[in-house]
Design a protein around this ligand. Structure first.
Ligand SMILES: [Zn+2]
Length: 337
């Protein structure tokens, strides 16, 4: 796949004017791309043919068709772009700042997916529509359930039988999981395009290094906050992986999906915890209505500590993973200090 065998280079002389060395040839060259028309004198044609061959061979090495990747999370979009670099074309179907729990693919999404070489999923039951995607590709694309390649945290189900546990899909809020995801995406791209293994490896190592630095920075920043102040009251239960890494306890208003509405008993319990434990601040999310949080602040004296990006990338400084993570850590530490 790809490389020289994918290119089909042709040249032909289409016109010749004049006689002898003063004549001009119009040479028509096409290599799976827009034709290139050059004028040349016959004396230099030999040299031209050599140059043509060189151009063709050289160009095919770098101009092999990029791997078409469809992603279903803004974090996976960044991962594919960073690891794939110019060797991939990425379509992010779930926009940054939007709610992945509410996402449903439209016919236009399925059309793009039908042409994809690789489909990247968050997994851990986040994409209930995966059957539609598989149907759209008709078995032609490779599917990689990135989140399924790392251990899960399980939370008490909001509804259903007592003691029932549900898989927490928010794995990207752990930098350690992101580092695992880099390797998973690198290997998935390499399977699709083995001849680019080295380039994917170089890109992955560079990104992994940035993530290592990010984790080091986050640990130092969180260390500014005494352990008994590491309490996160958030709109929905999206920060358990983060909490496990940095020693926080999470008190979510809603469960694992942003659509779940809290019962009045749950809100009453939260009010009690916040008052008893003297939690200084609670945190809103862009994608979830902060009405309940406003009620909490009004009744407990805790302040709104700011907005966190927990369901993927955000906007402004949170438009990339490193910025998003720094924003969350800074917001939490400064508000709870
Ligand atoms: Zn969520």
């Amino acid at each position: 796949m790809g490389g020289l065998d994918k290119m089909n280079c042709m040249w032909r002389k289409v016109h010749h004017r004049g006689e002898g060395s003063g004549g001009v040839s119009l040479l028509h060259l096409s290599c799976n791309r827009d034709p290139l028309v050059l004028s040349f004198s016959p004396m230099k044609e030999g040299l031209f043919f050599s140059l043509t061959l060189f151009w063709c061979c050289f160009a095919t090495g770098v101009a092999a068709e990029p791997v078409r990747v469809s992603t279903f999370s803004s974090v996976l979009t960044e991962l594919a772009e960073r690891v794939g670099g110019p060797l991939v074309t990425v379509t992010g179907h779930v926009a940054a700042g939007s709610d992945p729990h509410e996402f449903e693919p439209k016919p236009s999404d399925l059309k793009v997916v039908s042409r994809a070489d690789l489909v990247l999923l968050s997994a851990k039951h986040l994409e209930g529509y995966v059957g539609k995607l598989r149907e759209a590709t008709d078995g032609r694309a490779r599917f990689m359930e990135v989140g399924a390649q790392m251990p899960s945290l399980w939370q008490e189900a909001e509804s259903g039988r007592a003691g029932e546990k549900v898989e927490d899909p928010h794995w990207w809020n752990s930098v350690g999981n992101m580092r695992r995801a880099v390797a998973v995406v690198r290997d998935a791209l390499t399977e699709v395009r083995p001849e680019q293994k080295e380039a994917f490896g170089v890109n992955a190592r560079a990104y992994e290094k940035e993530l290592l630095e990010l984790d080091k920075w986050a640990r130092a920043k969180v260390a500014e906050l005494p352990r008994d102040k590491r309490k996160l009251v958030t709109s929905h239960d999206a920060l358990q992986y983060f909490a496990k890494d940095y020693g926080f306890k999470v008190y979510p208003v809603s469960g694992l999906t942003s659509a779940e509405q809290p019962s009045s008993r749950k809100v009453a319990d939260l009010l009690k915890i916040i008052k008893e434990q003297r939690v200084k601040a609670v945190f809103a999310e862009d994608t979830v209505n902060p009405k309940v949080l406003q009620q909490i602040t009004a009744e407990t004296g805790a302040v709104l500590g700011g907005q966190l990006w927990v369901d993927g990338l955000g906007t402004g400084e949170a438009a990339n993973y490193l910025g998003m993570f720094r924003h969350n850590v800074n917001t939490v530490v400064e508000a709870l200090k």
